[in-house]
Design a protein around this ligand. Structure first.
Ligand code: AMP
Length: 187
């Protein structure tokens, strides 16, 4: 089973992805984590990535799509993918469809965790005290949210007619969101 967790930064995608990894024995495919790993390598690409991330911008599609392609064609992960933070733009959504078709896979569930800006700001400021991420500064958070809203609206439109698309109130408690996801998975 392949799933997409979709929603603004701080919506709780990572938390739910970790739950689903255990429940389904799948793999969490977090493009944010993969990009942070590239930064750790201190490569030229890593330097470009950190600049975009700290500016609250999206990292170039070419870089992200290459990372995703490697994962999709990894036989160990075949049909065991939980996408967290990808796709984030219409071109990424189209790229994902193509790669899945090419590898004889499909998306079984798309969960949209919908959360408003005020809740996101509160949550990320809290996360900042725990994770100390360089892109969790207030002005970067606001930029990240605004970038998300601008570029992901077409992605929402792309998926919202899909029969496997489910919108969930992401401002609810973690356990309530998990229960809703569980419920959809058994339908
Ligand atoms: P995240 O950990 O998902 O909140 O992502 C942190 C940052 O990594 C984002 O603000 C972007 O700069 C970058 N990033 C993560 N996923 C993507 C993606 N699918 N496309 C472009 N940039 C991304």
């Amino acid at each position: 089973m392949n799933l997409i967790l979709f929603g603004p930064p701080g919506a709780g995608k990572g938390t739910q992805a970790k739950y689903l990894v255990k429940k389904l024995n799948n793999f969490q495919i977090s493009t944010g984590d993969m990009l942070r790993e590239e930064i750790q390598k201190n490569s030229e690409i890593g330097k470009k990535i950190i600049k975009d991330m700290n500016d609250g911008k999206f990292v170039n599609d070419e870089i992200v799509n290459t990372l995703i392609e490697n994962v999709i064609f990894d036989p160990q992960k075949n049909n065991r993918l939980i996408f967290d933070g990808y796709p984030r733009s219409l071109s990424q959504a189209k790229n994902l469809e193509q790669l899945l078709t090419k590898s004889n896979q499909k998306i079984d569930f798309i969960f949209f965790l919908n959360v408003n800006k005020d809740t996101i700001i509160k949550r990320i400021e809290q996360r900042k005290t725990i994770e100390k991420r360089s892109d969790d500064e207030l002005d970067t958070i606001i930029k990240r949210y605004d970038t998300y809203m601008k570029t992901t609206k077409p992605v929402l439109d792309f998926y919202s007619n899909n029969p496997n698309f489910y919108e969930i109130d992401g401002s609810s408690k973690i356990e309530e969101i998990t229960a809703k996801i569980d419920n959809f998975l058994t339908v």
